[in-house]
Every structure is written in structure tokens, then in C-alpha cells.
Design a protein around this ligand. Structure first.
Ligand SMILES: O=C(O)CCC(=O)C(=O)O
Length: 298
């Protein structure tokens, strides 16, 4: 039997199902890290001017930790991240082909002792309803976030992503309207870490992929460096986009696959596009990987 060409080993896949997140090492090479860092720095700088703040790219969350929406407004240098060859293979392996790119954000985490934003508290993603839909082991994912780290984070309290391994399968006991997790945030309020939470140590170029129901938070940034990273989010076709407004001009410069992921179905304008996607959909999204990932081209 022909060996399947899969983007994760069996043990990586098991670890994904067990923990609810996975780290892909050295996805970006040194040249890419330098280039993306320069691009991101320019966007952060431009974004801090008055006019930019009036645009839909305004800050969300606060002054210390914030996210910049719609970075594609500023540059085409991030376009390739939408279907980056290494990460997109993992995304489509875990989610299948009937997906959309729901957002691209730049995460800015300035030095600060005690970040006040909800990003720094334990939460799940994408609203209170989805917090109640837990992934069955081996199901494809409803939504994933992919985060490209541009700097090393090797100590605790350096704005690390904090994960609670296995929490993506756990029920929260109180359903907060903003998906916060009070039973875990009480530890942070007392200056402690929950016993089973870990502050991830990552290198520039590493990529974190996590499930929407993973309990996660961001550590304070007690270093003197601002942490910048780039996040892309994918959801099944029925999901709503998340602060994503792409102009026609931006879409025009993208490849057919990127445009499809961004919701441009060309002449296919039917209202039931998720029921009956265009005939070329699986081929366009998965190409010759379709059969190996378990999807049919017919
Ligand atoms: O800054 C981070 O690493 C994570 C931000 C966050 O909490 C989120 O993406 O929901």
C-alpha cells in the first residue's frame, strides 16, 4: 500500500488531540523572520499615527496588549501566510478543505507588569456558545488559530502564551459572556499560575496552532522587549469572519486559493455555498494531498 504523505506524525497527531495545541518548530527561516519583523514594525509604527487609528485596523483590547486588525491593508508581504506551505498543510489536515481564513492579526505585547486586558486572562475563543461545544477526539476542528512568533520567548513572564494542556476537552463550570474562565483567573488574580498551566517557551520562527476551546491566557511581559507575532485564524465555512474587511484591491493581488479562502467564490454566488461548494473546491484547497488527507476529488 502506498504510504500516505501526512504533515503530522502519528504521535504529533495524538499530542494534538490530547493537548489541544501543537508547536511547529522552525517554520520561518532567518530571512523570513527579519523580513516579517521589519514589515510588522512598520505596521505598528504606522498604526500608532492618528489617521491609522481611525481605520478598521484600530487597536483592540488596550494599550499594553493589543491586536492590529487587517494588516493586509498595509502590505502584501503577509499574504503568503494565509496558505503558508508548512502550516496550511497542518491546518487542512486537521480541518479538511471546506474552510475559510477568518482573520489575520498582528499581536503587540508591550512590556508591562500587570496587563489589564482580557487577553491576559484565561479564556476560550470565539464566543460563549462555542465554549460549550467540545471537540470529540478525532473530529476535524471547527476553528484553529495559527500564531507565527517573530522573537524568542525563553523565560517565564515574557508575554508567553499560557496553555492548559487538555483543557480543550474540559467543561467550564461558569459560562462567562466573554468566555473567561473564572476558576482559573482566580489564580492569576492572586499572582499565581494554575498548577496545570504552562508558559510556552518558543523561538522566533516557531508556530503555535491551538483549538478554540483551549483555555489560554498571556503572561505579563516583564522584559524590555515588545513581543510581536502574527496570527491567522481558520474556521469551517459556516463561521463568521472576525474583524476582517478586505478591499477588492487587496483581494485582486491574491492567488485563486487565497481568494477562495478569503470568501471570494467568483461566479459561484449561491446562498448554499457551504452545502454545495464549487466543483473545483477540494482540488483548489488540497491539490494532490486530497486523497492522503481523506477527501474525495469527485
Ligand atoms: O498573545 C497571544 O499569544 C495569544 C492571544 C490570545 O489570547 C488569543 O489569541 O486569544
Amino acid at each position: 500500500m502506498k504510504k500516505k504523505n501526512l504533515p503530522l506524525t502519528e504521535s504529533e497527531l495524538q499530542s494534538w488531540h490530547k493537548n489541544g495545541f501543537i508547536v511547529l518548530k522552525n517554520v520561518l527561516d532567518k530571512g523570513e523572520i527579519t523580513k516579517l519583523t521589519n514589515v510588522v514594525d512598520r505596521i505598528v509604527e504606522a498604526h500608532d499615527t492618528k489617521e491609522e487609528q481611525l481605520k478598521n485596523t484600530r487597536r483592540a483590547h488596550g494599550n499594553e496588549y493589543y491586536n492590529i486588525h487587517n494588516p493586509f491593508d498595509y502590505t502584501d508581504s503577509l499574504d503568503y501566510l494565509i496558505d503558508h506551505p508548512r502550516t496550511f498543510d497542518v491546518v487542512t489536515y486537521l480541518m479538511g478543505p471546506y474552510i475559510q481564513a477568518m482573520s489575520c492579526h498582528i499581536f503587540v505585547r508591550h512590556p508591562c507588569e500587570n496587563p489589564t486586558t482580557n487577553i491576559a486572562r484565561f479564556h476560550t475563543d470565539s464566543g460563549p456558545a462555542l465554549q460549550r461545544i467540545l471537540p470529540y477526539p478525532d473530529n476535524i476542528a471547527l476553528q484553529l488559530k495559527v500564531q507565527y512568533f517573530l522573537a524568542d520567548i525563553q523565560t517565564d513572564n515574557a508575554s508567553n502564551f499560557i496553555a492548559v494542556p487538555g483543557s480543550h476537552m474540559r467543561r467550564v463550570t461558569y459560562h462567562h459572556p466573554y468566555c473567561l474562565i473564572p476558576e482559573y483567573n482566580k489564580y492569576l488574580e492572586q499572582g499565581n499560575m494554575p498548577p496545570d498551566a504552562i508558559q510556552l517557551k518558543l523561538n522566533a520562527g516557531d508556530v503555535l496552532i491551538h483549538a478554540l476551546t483551549l483555555w489560554h491566557a498571556v503572561a505579563p511581559n516583564q522584559t524590555s522587549e515588545t513581543r510581536r507575532s502574527i496570527s491567522t485564524r481558520y474556521g469551517q465555512m459556516w463561521f463568521k469572519d472576525y474583524y476582517f474587511q478586505l478591499s477588492k484591491k487587496t483581494l485582486e493581488r491574491m492567488t485563486p486559493r487565497q481568494r477562495r479562502l478569503l470568501g471570494d467564490f467568483g461566479e459561484h454566488t449561491r446562498g448554499d455555498i457551504a452545502y454545495r461548494p464549487p466543483d473545483d473546491h477540494v482540488l483548489l484547497i488540497l491539490g494532490d494531498k486530497a486523497a492522503d488527507y481523506g477527501w474525495s476529488l469527485d
